[in-house]
Ligand binder design. Structure first.
Ligand SMILES: Cc1cc2nc3c(=O)[nH]c(=O)nc-3n(C[C@H](O)[C@H](O)[C@H](O)COP(=O)(O)O)c2cc1C
Length: 180
């Protein structure tokens, strides 16, 4: 048996988590008191987009599993996450002479207003959520991180409380599987 418990960092990227989120808030509620999980609320820390690069890099170095959790906004993440990648994954930190994140797990939890059907060849979005997440998968590959299958909640506008509860439990199992 492993005696070292893997440490999980959840970078949450939602501009209105406190005021208007229902789905992401529920997903976080079930995991927020779990040992070995750090929740890092990026919009709360950096509403002005002025990211503390060293602090974010330190957090990454101190964890084994990095999860990015966000609602789908225009088929991608909210804007702060792009800025976070642009400034935090520096040359000689994430790539170049040093790959300091090498072998860490990179995973995504995203919530989508659209249905699975809308995210298919004949649906309004034409491609799957997994397809839209390819830039993240490529980033993981470029930095030699270990990309995992994402956790996705669909139809956030229609999901009832019971199913949302189930999804929150599924999210917890998903995280437990990542750290096995
Ligand atoms: C600016 C904006 C853009 C959005 N773009 C998409 C989108 O491209 N695809 C989609 O499925 N849902 C989209 N949505 C719906 C959100 O993904 C959905 O409201 C969110 O996942 C619900 O989670 P929450 O309750 O935590 O806010 C968008 C919502 C907003 C506000």
């Amino acid at each position: 048996m492993k005696d070292y418990k893997m440490k999980v960092l959840i970078n949450v990227v939602h501009p209105n988590l406190e005021s208007s989120s229902r789905v992401n808030k529920s997903l976080l509620n079930i995991i927020k008191n779990q040992p070995s999980i750090t929740i890092n609320n990026l919009y709360e820390k950096y509403p002005d987009f002025k990211i503390d690069v060293k602090k974010e890099q330190e957090l990454l170095l101190n964890h084994d599993v990095i999860i990015f959790q966000f609602p789908m906004y225009w088929l991608s993440s909210p804007a702060l996450l792009k800025e976070w990648f642009d400034v935090v994954l520096e040359y000689n930190f994430a790539y170049g002479e040093n790959y300091k994140l090498e072998n860490k797990i990179f995973s995504i939890c995203t919530t989508a207003g659209g249905s699975l059907k809308e995210y298919s060849e004949h649906g309004g979005n034409k491609y799957s959520v997994e397809d839209f997440l390819k830039p993240f998968e490529g980033t993981a590959s470029y930095t030699k991180m270990n990309y995992k299958k994402p956790f996705i909640v669909y139809e956030t506008f229609a999901i009832n409380d019971d199913n949302l509860d189930k999804e929150a439990k599924n999210y917890l199992s998903y995280i437990n599987d990542l750290i096995k």
